[in-house]
Design a protein around this ligand. Structure first.
Ligand SMILES: [Cu+2]
Length: 133
């Protein structure tokens, strides 16, 4: 009976290890040394700030840190996006935007107030947030 236990334990370890690798290093994403979910995706140009978010099978980065108090444009980039992340909602700003499968769609967010903006796909399955500080 002992051998059966060890076989089950090894299989569990292998599966668990594989899953955690998938979790921390999802294929197709470049993980740098930055905090998970945070990325340098906010730029400023001529008094406006631009937040770049990629929409495909979810949103990345999941968390964007932006400045409150200046006009802000959200730039949603699709790369062959045929899943529901092409239907973007930001309920608190009454934003509901369909993205074409390829390209960049700009959404004017106005002047951000300090706080957290929650965005999601139409089903609420994929989400992202913008922290305005
Ligand atoms: Cu969805």
């Amino acid at each position: 009976m002992k051998i059966v236990f060890w076989i089950i334990a090894s299989v569990a370890l292998l599966v668990g290890g594989y899953l955690s690798i998938q979790l921390f290093f999802p294929s197709g994403t470049q993980t740098g040394s930055r905090e998970e979910g945070l990325a340098d995706n906010v730029t400023e140009s001529e008094g406006r700030q631009y937040i770049e978010i990629r929409a495909k099978g979810g949103y990345s980065p999941r968390v964007s840190v932006a400045k409150a108090g200046i006009p802000t444009v959200l730039r949603l980039r699709t790369e062959g996006t045929f899943d529901c992340s092409s239907q973007v909602r930001i309920p608190s700003l009454n934003v509901s935007q369909s993205l074409s499968p390829f390209g960049v769609t700009e959404v004017d967010l106005g002047v951000l107030k300090p706080g957290i903006l929650q965005g999601a796909c139409s089903m609420g399955m994929y989400s992202f947030e913008i922290r305005a500080e």
